[in-house]
Design a protein around this ligand. Sequence first.
Ligand SMILES: [Zn+2]
Length: 93
Amino acid sequence: MELKTPYKVKCLTCGTENILDMELECVGSYERNMGPELEYMAAFDGVCQGCGEDILAQIEVWEYPVGTVEDYITVTKGAEKTEEPTFISHYMA
Ligand SMILES: [Zn+2]
């Protein structure tokens, strides 16, 4: 699973839109009845390009069955997401 487009968040301090450099990494695999459920995580821990305030962002995605986004969660600190993340699976045709 990968992020289809770069994840964008807006700084809560100055309003600058930051495009975060995040990559999903597979952090877990669980055998289930329709094959593996894969868990991915991406994290950003840096500063706003506008004001230098700390920005934290985290995305967690579960792929199950393979090729399908089962669920995801996003967490941001110091910023808010401006759009939902979109994903692309390595297993999609
Ligand atoms: Zn800022």
